[in-house]
Design a protein around this ligand. Sequence first.
Ligand code: NDP
Length: 251
Amino acid sequence: TIENYEPASNLLEGRLIMVTGAGDGIGKTAAMSYAAHGATVILLGKTIKKLEKVYDEIESAGYPEAVILPLDLQGATAADYATVAERIEEDFGRLDGLLHNAGILGDLTPLEHYDPETWNKVMQVNLTAEFLLTQAMIPLLRASQDSSVIFTSSSVGRKGRAHWGAYAVSKFATEGLMETLADEMDDKRNNARVNSLNPGATRTYMRHMAYPAEDPGRNPKPEAIMGTYLYLMGPDSRGITGEKFDAQVKR
Ligand code: NDP
């Protein structure tokens, strides 16, 4: 099973992988973990200080030098994504992996009282930005010999739940985006596999915001759920596309 997956230490050697929301939480750990397995990681995120810290940690660990890419997914336009694509095209000519991880919670409140402005913000960061970034990256993903796109879902992206509002709906839509892209990329001209991954309850800032009264020690740290993140990003998942994964086994 993937739970017992043991990635080769050089699993991602020579690969160029972009991680969104790479400054904190699961995204930070995924970036570190991809770099530890040999990848050059493009650290996309909003808070530059956090990205710099991850960059420094990667450097002092002796992993391949990372690339910092500050971008606010709330306000970024199609032109901004085109600029990002141009820069990667010039410097690398391809992209081997894309982890859509950045996300915001919005409000936990009944739909009857859900603030429409918050709704739009959540949809922008959790869904529309994924579409715009993916669209800009498709030619670079196609230029790779073996590329992988991972969308981050949630348990409320597979079964709706009271009060999860725009967050739940954005995750359902992310699954739809994943399936649509997977179907489009599933031919000989494209080498990209496309899947979604639900991290499950994980000890991060977002989890704490969603469940402030909970003992954080109940949930695994991001480090403990990296198996599926590595499996889906690396060559061991070749040929697997359009599937929905869980990083934690349901007990
Ligand atoms: P965190 O809140 O810890 O981290 C979210 C990351 O997204 C941060 O790096 C943040 O950057 C970035 N981000 C937020 N808004 C923007 C923006 N406008 N532009 C660029 N980057 C932005 O969350 P988690 O690590 O917990 O969550 C990661 C993913 O996993 C999310 O998609 C979440 O929905 C999903 N998930 C998490 C679960 C959990 O239990 N933790 C469970 C199920 C799903 P900055 O810090 O600079 O704002």
